[in-house]
Design a protein around this ligand. Structure first.
Ligand code: C2E
Ligand code: CA
Ligand code: CA
Length: 550
């Protein structure tokens, strides 16, 4: 009896010394559910919660990572205090069994005093590496890879809904989501990964894996973790992660380039419908370049004299290839970009609206050219100008062109307008109004690229066309592909009843030419006769064809 009470006294003494009075924080944790059952005074002081609050928490709420390490006797981790400050800690675990259940005494040693430096490397909210340190580490790793010739993947991840959640539900919930994201990322962390929060919901992972497939597999696992529901303050969130991946050294050999490449891949990933995960490719950079660089350089293209017009002859197929017109085609040569194809810059100019001023500039240049050629005595022939649907959608378009020709003293019969089937999907009322006014003033209207769009012949009637230009793709296969032959044949056979002149574009061979001649096609254009030529070259060409009167 006496011995028993002595033992109890000793145990209580040990309990006090080892627990209550111990000068490091000690937590008693239920291994099964991670709930904190007891905490000593040092723990109350260290974490900054009242005892009641501390023992109502689970380990998950204070421990940023390492909860799965609970059974390890010693490990390092990051613990969050009530003040939200994050402390680097070393944890020593002592398992005990009480009434059949397994508990752990976790003795927590505050390492922060020794690791001030490391704390500076951490993101205050999530305990992940911060931006500055992550960039430094990436640079160090690149230097290492330069000699070891190793590869690595750089993953950037963000969350589609994050900004909306943060803005609508407040930063408190936003912060909790970020903390949970970090926790999930840390669950996948091995010594091959550096994980950082670069800012807001931008996460970065340096993945020291050597095979693209391994990196992809890791990325997919991380994405899958983010797609699991987030239960925050009793609200269940379903988040959509986006991820961009770049690979060192192929996508960049310095920190800036490798991150930029991952960032480009990330913005591409966001455009995707299914899995929003993208590896970087050079094409993406070019695409982005198109998006940003081209429109900015195009703004000054006219004033910098970078834009010019070349002319391609249009010939009469029946009358021995006599030149009956010229098509004005834009050219852009930029000091940085070199020659840029109109197939690239015209759609861009249409998107930005620059086509309106560029298009007007073309008309003006053509007017000047006509007057110049008139003076030089060239045989007067019409010049076709390509007109974008965006120009036709401008209310004052027809008036501005009519006035321009008047100012230059040029007859409207000298300019023909090439429109495309995209007019059918434009603002039809304004377009038709413009075209009617132009027709009324003597301009001829041609439907370009015919056969590639969706317009019906009925719709064509609406635009009061004078000519149809059959698209090059039909001419390409005309000698061999029956389906294409039939289309061309039927258009040509209908031209008389529709009162339309038919032009075939992109004629490259003798066979195509004679085939079209046999079908009775009126006019033709293509490399077979001449490529588009600069002003000087077209003058020589016209002279060689006796198109000058002196
Ligand atoms: P488009 O109006 O269909 O012009 C015909 C295109 O076919 C031109 O390309 C011409 O160089 C090319 N071509 C002509 N004959 C042949 C041939 O025999 N073989 C091959 N392979 N190609 C041939 P380009 O000059 O690159 O122009 C591309 C497009 O850019 C034009 O197609 C037109 O839609 C647009 N474009 C050009 N200039 C202007 C402009 O001033 N305004 C507007 N809105 N669009 C323009
Ligand atoms: Ca054209
Ligand atoms: Ca065309």
């Amino acid at each position: 009896m006496a011995r028993n009470s002595v033992m109890v006294d000793i145990r209580e003494d040990i309990y006090h010394r080892l627990f209550e009075d111990y000068d490091s924080p000690v937590l008693l944790i239920n291994v099964e559910n991670g709930n904190i059952i007891e905490a000593n005074n040092a723990a109350v002081e260290f974490y900054g919660y009242s005892k009641e609050v501390l023992v109502s928490k689970s380990l998950k709420e204070i421990c940023l990572f390492g909860t799965s390490l609970i059974k390890d006797r010693h490990h390092q981790s990051l613990h969050r205090l009530a003040s939200n400050e994050i402390k680097e800690v070393e944890v020593h675990n002592l398992p005990i069994v009480l009434e059949g259940e397994v508990y752990i005494f976790s003795i927590v040693y505050d390492l922060s005093k020794h690791v001030e430096k490391e704390i500076k490397q951490r993101d205050y909210l999530t305990g992940l590496l911060n931006r500055k340190f992550f960039l430094e580490e990436t640079e160090t790793h690149i230097n290492y890879c330069k000699t070891s010739e190793e590869k690595f993947g750089l993953l950037l991840m963000d969350i589609n809904e994050f900004k909306d959640i943060n803005d609508s539900l407040g930063h408190n919930i936003g912060d909790k989501i970020l903390i949970e994201i970090s926790r999930r990322l840390l669950e996948l962390k091995t010594d091959k990964h550096l994980i950082a929060r670069l800012g807001a919901d931008d996460f970065a992972i340096l993945c020291k894996l050597q095979e693209d497939e391994e990196i992809l597999e890791y990325a997919k696992r991380a994405m899958a973790k983010m797609q699991m529901p987030f239960l925050i303050d009793n609200i269940t969130f379903h988040l959509t992660p986006n991820m961009g991946i770049s690979i060192y050294p192929q996508d960049g050999n310095n920190v800036e380039d490798i991150i930029r490449a991952a960032d480009i891949a990330l913005s591409k990933a966001k455009e995707q419908l299914g899995e929003r995960l993208c590896f970087y490719s050079v094409e993406m950079s070019n695409e982005l370049r198109n998006k940003i660089l081209y429109p900015n350089l195009l703004v000054n293209a006219i004033t910098n004299n970078e834009i010019s017009i070349c002319y391609q002859p249009i010939i009469d197929i029946e009358k021995d290839k006599k030149i009956v017109g010229l098509e004005a085609l834009l050219r852009w040569k930029n000091p940085i970009l070199g020659d840029v194809s109109p197939d690239i810059f015209i759609p861009l100019a249409e998107k930005t609206g620059q086509i309106v001023s560029i298009g007007y500039w073309v008309f003006e240049q053509v007017c000047k050219q006509i007057n110049d050629w008139n003076k030089k005595g060239y045989t007067p022939i019409p010049i076709s100008v390509n007109v974008s649907v965006k120009q036709l959608e401008q209310n004052g378009f027809s008036q501005s062109i009519i006035k321009l020709l008047k100012d230059y003293g040029i007859d409207s019969g000298r300019i023909e307008l090439e429109i495309t089937e995209s007019v059918s999907s434009g603002d039809i009322e304004i377009i038709v109004n413009n075209l009617r006014k132009l027709k009324f003033n003597g301009f001829k209207i041609l439907m370009d690229d015919f056969g590639t769009g969706f317009s019906s012949l009925g719709q064509l009637d609406l635009f009061e066309l004078d000519k149809l230009k059959i698209d090059k793709i039909f001419i390409d296969d005309i000698v061999n592909v029956t389906k294409r032959q039939n289309l061309v044949r039927s258009i040509i056979s209908m031209r008389k009843s529709l009162n339309l002149t038919v032009v075939a574009e992109g004629i490259e061979t003798k066979e195509q030419f004679y085939y079209l001649k046999d079908l009775g096609c009126d006019l033709g254009q293509g490399y077979y006769f001449s490529k588009p030529l600069s002003t000087d070259a077209i003058e020589s060409f016209l002279e060689s064809q006796n198109m000058i009167e002196n």
